[in-house]
Design a protein. Structure first.
Length: 177
């Protein structure tokens, strides 16, 4: 049995592996970043939290392929180009009440490769209901530095890391106009 099949019943929660994933910081020509408001699932207290598109990496999928797939699934468009990626993988742990529950109880949190992307479409390209199971019910462009204040508390650290690592991206994207 591979590590991907380990469950909370088999190991202590802190010993569970991280789920591999990607995230997309999508910048418009003004240097603002796209955020979506999460649709709260039954029993979740995630009212009015925003986040960047993100998700898991499929088997035999490169992170750079996964980021475009996730972007298309969650926003309805993948009209973008990669500008930068994080040097390493950023991690977060799920809150205690979600460990051993989320993702079938197989993971303690996620380790993610993040990409900064330049959006080369227009606002009409976004279709939040393009996927069968929408992630977001609203979206907006925001100042990049404000991201950590919009995010669910257990992901704030990873978003602070993204803002630090991609601090020069808004200026780079604006200069391409």
């Amino acid at each position: 049995m591979g590590e991907d099949c380990v469950t909370a019943d088999d190991k202590a929660l802190g010993e569970l592996p991280y789920r591999r994933g990607v995230g997309a910081a999508l910048f418009n020509g003004k240097g603002e970043v796209w955020v979506g408001r999460r649709i709260a699932k039954i029993g979740q207290d995630l009212e009015n939290y925003w986040q960047l598109p993100q998700g898991g990496i499929d088997h035999d999928e490169a992170p750079s392929e996964a980021v475009f797939r996730e972007l298309l699934e969650e926003t309805g468009t993948n009209r973008a180009s990669i500008v930068a990626e994080t040097e390493g993988w950023l991690t977060y742990d799920l809150p205690a009440d979600l460990q051993g529950v989320a993702w079938g109880g197989h993971y303690r949190g996620q380790e993610q490769k993040w990409f900064a992307l330049s959006f080369n479409g227009d606002d009409g390209d976004f279709k939040l209901d393009a996927h069968d199971d929408p992630e977001f019910d609203a979206w907006q462009w925001v100042e990049f530095s404000t991201l950590p204040s919009l995010i669910v508390p257990f992901k704030r650290g990873i978003y602070e890391g993204i803002v630090g690592e991609f601090a020069n991206i808004p200026t780079r994207v604006r200069s391409q106009l």
